[in-house]
Design a protein around this ligand. Sequence first.
Ligand SMILES: Nc1nc2c(ncn2[C@@H]2O[C@H](COP(=O)(O)OP(=O)(O)OP(=O)(O)O)[C@@H](O)[C@H]2O)c(=O)[nH]1
Ligand SMILES: [Zn+2]
Length: 190
Amino acid sequence: MPVDHERAEAAVRELLLAIGEDPSREGLVDTPGRVARAYAEIFAGLDMSPADVLGKTFEIDHQELVIVRDIEVYSTCEHHLVPFHGVAHVGYIPSRDGRVTGLSKLARLVEVYARRPQVQERLTAQVADALVEHLDVQGVIVVIQAEHLCMSMRGIRKPGASTITSAVRGQLRDPATRAEAMSLMLEGNR
Ligand SMILES: Nc1nc2c(ncn2[C@@H]2O[C@H](COP(=O)(O)OP(=O)(O)OP(=O)(O)O)[C@@H](O)[C@H]2O)c(=O)[nH]1
Ligand SMILES: [Zn+2]
């Protein structure tokens, strides 16, 4: 279901009142509308499905690793509704029938799940599981490294701390294959 703009605007007006602001002052008068539009974008993944993104495949007989790394990720922590951002690396070994997806679709898949209220562990696992389910891949590894603004700008206030999560399925669970993928993903990284 797409974002209900009217409802989002009313909620933002209410929030502004709750923090002691005046939603009718000049700088804030258009804010509820802007926030509703921003939320529609930030949470667009709720209205997107992995099947839409991974529906188109083609045959390349490559049954070895394919990795797209350093995919920029912006998501929203579901506990505090503030952003977490960083990079995702997605690697997979195509299905036995040699079907692959377009490289950009891996980044699109990350977007489908990042543009929702999230926790990093679930985001990581959902990307991996979608590739198993929709592309029947022989193995997949997803690594996400992100900074959570709920840990930087509030709460414990530790800017610079980053969280790394991984999800590994199928043949990538084999220690040697996993190590090869990890080194390709992280090689030369920061
Ligand atoms: N595992 C996990 N925890 C997260 C993620 N994003 C935020 N959190 C944590 O969610 C927790 C929520 O803890 P609570 O004690 O309910 O909330 P809080 O009082 O605001 O916690 P503090 O952040 O410690 O101030 C915090 O420890 C956050 O760091 C995430 O993606 N994964
Ligand atoms: Zn948070």
